[in-house]
Design a protein around this ligand. Structure first.
Ligand SMILES: [Zn+2]
Length: 188
């Protein structure tokens, strides 16, 4: 049975490659959470924020998420421009305070605040990820639309940059609406 399936799969694969010359298309994601050091017991917002790294807007917040959205592609100029492959990568780092476990276990309100902060910061990453999938969707539709590879490259970069700006704008809206997670329980 498995042999038959493999044979069918092979035929399908050949047909797919024949129909769509785009060999590789994917969105890669990688994230990390970094805990910055804070002195024991200094858990008020202003106290914490002064130990936080500088965030993307040059200010310090108790929590901060820095992300990057990059894309690359390869093409070949035939009669029309053929897109051979592309890749889109979202990388992100979340910064939140390293509060002593002893303090967290004594203070469930503080623990809930830290959990809410982490969820808020994770929410920031939704914007570049959504942008990445939209970009992937747009790129997959290109087909042989462009005669020259300059046109094709310009189109991808233009749409990528637009989606990048949209993501940054949505992120600012998210912070304004949640007051940087405060309304969702990230209260220090
Ligand atoms: Zn935020």
């Amino acid at each position: 049975m498995s042999q038959r399936c493999e044979a069918r799969f092979l035929v399908l694969a050949v047909i797919c490659v024949g129909l769509n010359p785009l060999a590789v298309a994917e969105v890669k994601q990688s994230y990390a959470v970094r805990y910055y050091e804070v002195p024991y017991g200094e858990y008020q917002y202003r106290q914490l924020a002064q130990y936080a790294p500088m965030c993307v807007d040059g200010k310090r917040y108790v929590g901060c998420t820095k992300w990057d959205l990059r894309w690359s592609y390869k093409h070949r100029q035939d009669l029309r421009c053929v897109l051979l492959n592309f890749s889109i990568a979202v990388t992100g780092t979340i910064y939140i305070p390293k509060i002593a476990e002893q303090s967290l276990s004594k203070n469930p309100i503080l623990r809930r605040a830290v959990d809410a902060l982490l969820r808020h910061e994770e929410g920031h990453l939704d914007f570049p990820v959504q942008a990445a999938y939209r970009l992937e969707h747009e790129i997959k539709k290109i087909g042989d639309r462009y005669k020259t590879c300059t046109e094709l490259g310009n189109f991808i970069d233009k749409i990528g940059n637009r989606l990048l700006l949209d993501a940054q704008q949505l992120e600012r809206k998210y912070d304004a609406e949640t007051n940087h997670g405060n309304k969702d329980g990230a209260i220090f």
